[in-house]
Design a binder for this molecule. Structure first.
Ligand SMILES: Nc1ncnc2c1ncn2[C@@H]1O[C@H](COP(=O)(O)OP(=O)(O)OP(=O)(O)O)[C@@H](O)[C@H]1O
Length: 628
């Protein structure tokens, strides 16, 4: 979001009072420059990118820092590196929101799993193998992941090709020792876009590389050169490409399925904008409040006024803002919406290959009867970890266009295999080597399952699946309902989250058509609470089938909504409670007419004719009307 500054008229500037972007004090505009000279020295961290101060560039100040600037600094520095996931509390907040409209708020598109690979080769024919080389430096004939010929990638990538990092060029010329470092650690040297390494890492070294931070995070590209797929949004003729090339980034909404590269594209834009001295601030709607956004905008305006510096504000997960925060129509009318697509299999292969290359893993070519690297000696230039090419294909397919899923699956498959220390055995002509580990197609399938990555608990899948369950129940489809339940539970979903939704469903959709559904659902919730997973899954299954089979009625739910709408739409003060319905515990109240004329129903054998609504609502029937 680019923020425009006011006019630069010096006369007007004299008249205006302005706010210091660093310490937030207001003062006559004429004083701001001398004030800033002092203020920036005193509060270097209050500035988004501190000038070298007494503590050195980028070093935190030793003096006190206001919580506001502290929070801002944190979000600026960390949000891009750490894609935000909602906390449990935030998740249940979201759940509350959904409940308000009957679970309709999670009406996002679902992205179904792709067909299982048939076993045919799925990727462009990679004719050979590469040994532990970073992109662009393979000795074999399997193309580097970052090849410009990458299928599905937007090309030419003029914007970044012109500014490709020097390190990659160094890697490309094969001079592994160009930096003159002595025996660099395998990871420090080779992984994740660093310089070429002199030797293939040993299995233990590969494991160390994979431990800790998620592989998807480590592999997040910094430049468009390593950004694959999305040719429609980023192709040479596209608007976004033109704007990026000229560094004119308008307000954008990046829209697309999970793991297709929205945050990554923003990260690349951020990198590019730094080169053009544009300030880039990141917030995540999972934890930012409207006030945080206001703060950033205010600061951006000041930056523009005083330093002629533009700001790009990136708000990740903007759909997590509630409706009033999003101000949907107003937001949309000010933004260009760029639709990113599920990554095609070819792009997924390139993304996986880039990671595999970085890890120094060798890809076994199944089309060759004996891999040239399969001899038994184990010199340091040979790979210790190998992966079947069909394992890469399968992973690319099963990831369903979600690069995070693919990279996490790869990470877990390799880690699991390395941990179990199963050695590379003689297989289709390969010679046994006790120091090698082979990652098979089955390993990657297990890797995907083990990590539950096919079901993203914190993200879209969580909402998509609970929505599918709710709708299957509403449609009385017990079969589908059980399927969605199992998909969530097998994916690691919190059983209590599902149970809470069933309690809600029992009242909202079954209601008085079968009041005991609510009892069943509450009992299932308590049962889950007592015994936990995996035992409680059958309780939920029973309750799901009960709810699917039960008759449905939204009578109470919609009548209650009518009442709420009536109250919300009421103009002026609410009507007084009719006097005859008021309790009259004191003499004075009685004298004022409280309780007067009230007919105590048990005293009558016949139906009592008495009004219970305020006078101005007489005749209204919330059970018949759609809205008051
Ligand atoms: N087009 C791409 N090219 C290369 N790598 C990618 C691409 N898209 C995603 N990745 C990889 O997948 C990881 C996750 O992608 P990213 O965070 O950009 O997804 P997202 O679309 O923002 O997902 P979500 O909506 O779930 O937040 C990145 O860290 C990166 O390693």
């Amino acid at each position: 979001m680019e923020v425009s500054g006011p006019d630069d008229d010096p006369f007007l500037a004299q008249l205006h009072r302005v706010q210091c972007p660093v310490c937030q004090q207001t003062m006559p505009a004429a004083h701001i420059n001398s004030h800033l000279d002092r203020c920036l020295l005193l509060h270097p961290a209050g500035h988004a990118e501190p000038e070298p101060g007494p503590h050195g560039a980028g070093e935190p100040p030793k003096g006190p820092v206001s919580p506001r600037s502290k929070r801002r600094r944190l979000s600026e520095s960390s949000a891009l590196k750490q894609p935000a996931t909602p906390t449990a509390a935030e998740s249940s907040e979201g759940e509350g929101d959904e409940a308000d409209d009957g679970g309709e708020t999670e009406s996002r598109e679902s992205y179904d799993a792709p067909p299982t690979p048939s076993g045919a080769r799925l990727i462009p024919d990679f004719p050979g193998a590469r040994v532990g080389s970073p992109a662009g430096q393979g000795t074999g004939d399997r193309p580097a992941a970052s090849s410009a010929a990458a299928a599905g990638s937007a090309s030419p990538r003029s914007w970044d090709e012109a500014e490709a990092p020097e390190e990659e060029e160094a890697a490309g010329d094969g001079d592994a020792d160009a930096d003159g470092e002595d025996e660099p650690g395998p990871w420090a040297a080779a992984a994740f876009g660093g310089r070429a390494q002199p030797r293939a890492p040993a299995a233990d070294e590969v494991r160390q590389m994979l431990e800790g931070k998620p592989l998807a995070e480590k592999m997040r590209p910094d430049t468009l050169q390593d950004y694959f797929g999305q040719s429609r949004a980023l192709g040479p003729e596209s608007l976004l490409r033109t704007l990026l090339d000229t560094s004119e980034v308008p307000s954008l909404i990046l829209w697309g399925p999970p793991g297709c590269g929205k945050t990554t594209l923003a990260h690349i834009i951020a990198n590019n904008s730094k080169k053009h001295s544009v300030r880039f601030v990141t917030l995540s709607a999972t934890n930012a409040k409207t006030n945080d956004v206001r703060d950033v905008i205010k600061q951006a305006q000041n930056e523009k006024s005083f330093f002629k510096r533009k700001t790009i504000l990136f708000i990740d997960e903007i759909h997590r803002f509630n409706k009033s925060q999003q101000v949907n129509a107003a937001l949309l009318s000010r933004c260009r919406v760029i639709v990113l697509e599920k990554l095609p299999v070819e792009a997924m292969v390139m993304i996986l290959m880039r990671a595999i290359d970085s890890l120094g893993i060798h890809v076994l070519d199944s089309s060759r009867p004996a891999d040239p690297l399969s001899h038994s000696s184990n010199s340091t230039s040979e790979p210790s970890v190998l992966i079947e090419d069909k394992a890469v294909d399968t992973l690319a397919y099963l990831s369903d266009g979600d690069a995070r899923t693919g990279l996490s699956g790869l990470q877990l498959a390799v880690l699991a295999r390395l941990s179990s220390r199963k050695m590379f055995c003689k297989k289709s002509g390969q010679t046994y080597s006790p120091s090698r580990v082979l990652i098979t197609e089955n390993d990657v399938k297990e890797g995907l399952q083990r990590s539950h990555v096919l079901y993203d608990r914190a993200g879209e899948e969580h909402y998509n699946c609970i929505s599918a369950l709710h709708k299957s129940l509403r449609g009385s489809d017990q079969n589908a309902a059980l399927y969605w339940l199992a998909r969530m539970l097998e994916g690691g979903e919190d059983p209590l989250y599902v149970a809470r939704r069933l309690v809600r469903f029992a009242s909202e959709d079954i209601g008085l058509a079968d009041p005991s559904a609510l009892t069943q659902a509450v009992a299932a919730y308590q049962g889950c609470h007592f015994i936990g997973m995996p035992e409680c899954e059958v309780l939920l299954a029973q309750c799901v089938v009960y709810c699917a089979r039960a008759p449905k009625s939204i009578e109470v739910y919609s009548a209650y909504n009518n009442v709420k709408a009536c109250l919300r739409n009421h103009q002026g003060p609410l009507p007084p409670v009719p006097l005859h319905l008021r309790n009259a515990p004191t003499r004075l109240m009685k004298d004022l007419g409280y309780g007067k004329g009230y007919k105590y129903n048990p005293m009558y054998n016949e139906p009592v004719d008495q009004e219970y609504l305020p006078e101005e609502l007489r005749g209204i029937d919330f059970f018949k009307q759609r809205r008051c």
